[in-house]
Write a protein that binds this ligand. Sequence first.
Ligand code: MV4
Length: 452
Amino acid sequence: MFDKVLIANRGEIAVRIIRACREFGIKTVAVHSTADAEAMHARLADESVCIGPPAPRESYLNIPAIIAAGEITNANAIHPGYGFLSESADFATIVEEHGFIFIGPSPSHITLMGDKVRAKQTAAALGLPVVPGSAGALEDAGSFAEAADEIGYPVLIKAVAGGGGRGMQRVDRPDELAGAVAMARAEAEAAFASDALYLEKLVAAPRHIEVQVLADQHGNAVHLGERDCSLQRRHQKVLEEAPSPALDAHMREEIGSRVGAAMRELCYRGVGTLEFLYEDGAFYFMEMNTRIQVEHPVTEMVTGIDLVQEQLRVAAGQPLGFGQEDVRFTGHAIECRITAEDPETFRPSPGTVSGYHTPGGLGVRVDSALYDGYRIPPYYDSLISKVVAQAASREACVMRLRRALEEYVIQGVSTTIPLHLRLLASPAFAASDYDIHWFERFVAETGAEPGG
Ligand code: MV4
């Protein structure tokens, strides 16, 4: 196992990784911007190195500064967390060229899955169900029209370099096609510096169900079940749960075993997530994320497997210590993403935490880098805490999570806790009667209680 790991990230995920390392007896190096000198991750690590000014480009995305920090501290390996450089094949390559282990998949797998058309072609070749669509990137308006006619309207135009919904355009009728292509091209070019586009059949009201995988470099791969991430706003997930209330045991086993087999055939290494749309009993592969994800705790809570420690193990070359038959799923887990935002307007609410009390008790987990007196900087993501509950049934889990959120005190900044409490109390959520569009309507239609 490694002697010392550098964590190229900040916030709750950096804290999460430091905790995993410490339990393995691994020394940790935090890197931080000048805005994060007082941040929890910088305080908690054995060593911390300032790598630049607040702007992410100049610090958490500054590859030479991160490599230099690894060199001066004699780290053996670098964990990228999520976001920032976590899905940069260039970063993974440079890390390894400098003699460090990159705690993640091979650069070639990162590159493959970063190209959404190649990812989809690969998934189809591996026997996974995909959305009907164009065979690859399309050039002129004529080929878009031809593909759309063949697939049938409505269709969706997507960016090849896409993800996160940017550069996506819905097209309902042929006369809207040319305008939508132009819009999508401009958006894709601005967001990804690539204007390559492809076309898919629109899946109108699906759920977003993703399958967690874990693989070693010896040809072993397991799936760790699914997470239902349908509750989101503007492509930001709000709440995730496992198992998905939309699946029965047969569907779960079917998609899980297909994904496990696909990862073995791909010789994938590390943790990964395959995202699917799910509608009327059918799965459609969308993309694969080659990083640890924000919502990984719900999988940990129902499997008892520490995904970050497994990342460390497989990156160190160890074989998986268990097989698919050893993976047991227990009860239900739900995560609420708490952001420092106004729960009505979603305007960011940075500021100083002037009072802080975390919930606890059986089956409650809080992943956060907050503390009393912490000044939340305005330069980064507004996620400040993840509250996760686990219980024997979904009903008990919802009650436990409501109890935990009611205990949580965060003073000095606005948070989305009141919004989560409203969501958890809603009959549609209780009935798990939701799709990927439901939450935005819920936000628009329901207002907070006065003073709530
Ligand atoms: C889709 C889709 C419907 N049909 N593809 C959104 C982000 C990107 N990862 C893919 N996305 C979608 N692709 C087809 N063919 C609907 C979405 C989508 C969505 C997906 C998951 C979770 C929330 C979403 C919100 C809006 C649109």
